[in-house]
Design a protein around this ligand. Structure first.
Ligand code: FA5
Ligand code: MG
Length: 420
């Protein structure tokens, strides 16, 4: 399911185009005397302890293959594509007039309050359900986005900051979706006096105000500047989006191999979010971008699974500070297996995807729905999926894949599925 934080996806294919406005001159705003890196880089490794994530709490739904990924700190490795991009993004923001505080090593376990309530994501939102989120306990979870850290930094008094980290979502499986990936969050508040004219404005009145337009323009100009810094000339476009914590909200797509790829979500921070963080006198913007999505385009990395590989044919290709084109060390042939099942009404697709990953790990390249119908007489629904198995570093044998597919066919019974 791809609903995530988009509650009522505004059906907007409207392309707003990239505004060309210069950067809004903005006074230095970070508290004086605070260190540039308040969460020391290199601290991530301390979170790489799988026992922290797989517990016997009844709400714990973190499988071992996910626990093994937490806290690897890929975005902090100077010679990993994610670390190289992270550093390039830092370089860009350091060239701007504001002092952006950097947080790169925050605990990936957050509370529901941090991840959802502080951001106006209501209890019934599908993104909060255990079908989409990895829970540690009733009220702690693996962060599903770096926005989980926005409110406490705002509450602590920061006016401009960046925060990167690994995030986790139960999601579909294909070359650009992986249950663990990295995001980078950016937030900037404007001086109270520059937005005082819009005091108390909400909803449409806020959106129509010149203060809102000013912030949205600065946001887009800042992100366009970032894209140009990273990519040089690349085709990009804006579309309207919806997030409960920004108003208005946008997404940015870039053209990659003939297809539009969504790389970030952003918007003007919702007044209620600022209120809850004790910063109701201010307004500002926030964005969250997917580091893998950017890295795939920049380095020409064709499959999101590659970021996690320990294969040195991958790692030896990258050097700190250098953007180089990835050379596939060879593409091994895929093995396709189909499975058709009667599904119960309570069926959750992500449970099936995760079960496949649990059995075959990263050998699962894609899980695709290929057929679906409901039997008129019995009312039963059938779904058929094609699973693509492919290794990134060797040829697979039919026997080993048959064994995995057989195990999957046996195990789906536990999800109430009936193989046809
Ligand atoms: C968010 O996560 C919001 N927190 C972003 C945001 C921050 C909006 C601040 C407003 C203000 P979204 O779910 O669209 O939004 O994810 C943001 C980016 O993460 C996407 O644009 C994409 O680049 C990346 N992303 C999302 N899901 C995946 C995935 N499964 N695999 C890889 N990258 C992903
Ligand atoms: Mg999105």
């Amino acid at each position: 399911m791809k609903i995530l934080y988009v509650l009522a996806l505004v059906d907007s294919t409207a392309v707003l185009g990239f505004s060309s406005g210069g950067k809004y001159a903005f006074a230095r705003s970070t508290r004086p005397g605070t260190p540039l890196f308040s969460t020391a880089t290199g601290q991530q490794a301390k979170y790489a302890t799988p026992e922290r994530y797989v517990t016997d709490h009844p709400n714990n739904n973190v499988p071992p293959h996910i626990a093994a990924l937490v806290g690897r700190g890929l975005h902090e490795r100077a010679d990993h594509p994610l670390g190289i991009i992270r550093a390039k993004i830092n370089e860009y923001f350091s060239s701007l007039p504001e002092d952006y505080q950097t947080f790169d090593a925050e605990d990936p376990i957050v509370t529901c309050t941090q991840c959802f309530d502080d951001l106006r994501i209501p209890p019934e939102h599908p993104g909060r359900s255990p079908s989409d989120t990895y829970y540690i306990s009733e009220d702690t979870l693996l962060r599903t986005h770096t926005s989980a850290h926005q409110s406490h930094h705002l509450r602590d008094g920061y006016d401009a900051f960046l925060c990167a980290g690994d995030v986790y979502r139960r999601d579909e499986i294909d070359s650009s979706h992986y249950p663990a990936f990295h995001q980078l969050e950016g937030v900037k508040l404007f001086p109270a006096e520059s937005v005082a004219g819009a005091d108390g404005l909400k909803g449409e009145a806020w959106i129509a105000s010149p203060e809102c337009a000013l912030i949205a323009k600065d946001l887009k100009a800042t992100l366009e500047g970032l894209m140009d810094h990273l990519f040089g000339p690349v085709e990009k476009r804006w579309a309207d989006d919806y997030f409960p914590f920004t108003e208005p909200s946008f997404e940015c797509e870039i053209l990659y191999q003939g297809e539009w790829l969504e790389v970030l979500g952003c918007g003007v921070v919702h007044a209620e979010v600022l209120d809850m963080a004790g910063r109701g006198d201010r307004r500002g913007w926030a964005f969250g971008l997917g580091l893998e999505r950017l890295a795939m385009v920049l380095f020409g990395i064709p499959d999101i699974r590659l970021f996690w590989t320990d294969d040195e044919r991958f790692s030896s290709q990258f050097k700190s500070g250098e953007i180089t084109t990835f050379k596939s060390y060879s593409k091994f042939p895929p093995v396709f297996k189909d499975i058709s099942m009667w599904v119960p009404e309570t069926y959750v697709e992500n449970d099936f995807f995760e079960m496949a990953r649990g059995i075959a790990g990263d050998l699962v390249e894609e899980t695709k729905l290929i057929d679906e119908f409901t039997n008129k007489k019995t009312g039963k629904t059938s779904k058929a999926y094609r699973i693509t198995y492919r290794s990134m570093d060797r040829s697979l044998t039919n026997d080993e894949i048959d064994a995995m597919q057989d195990q999957l066919r046996d195990d789906v019974v536990k999800l109430g599925l009936e193989v046809r």
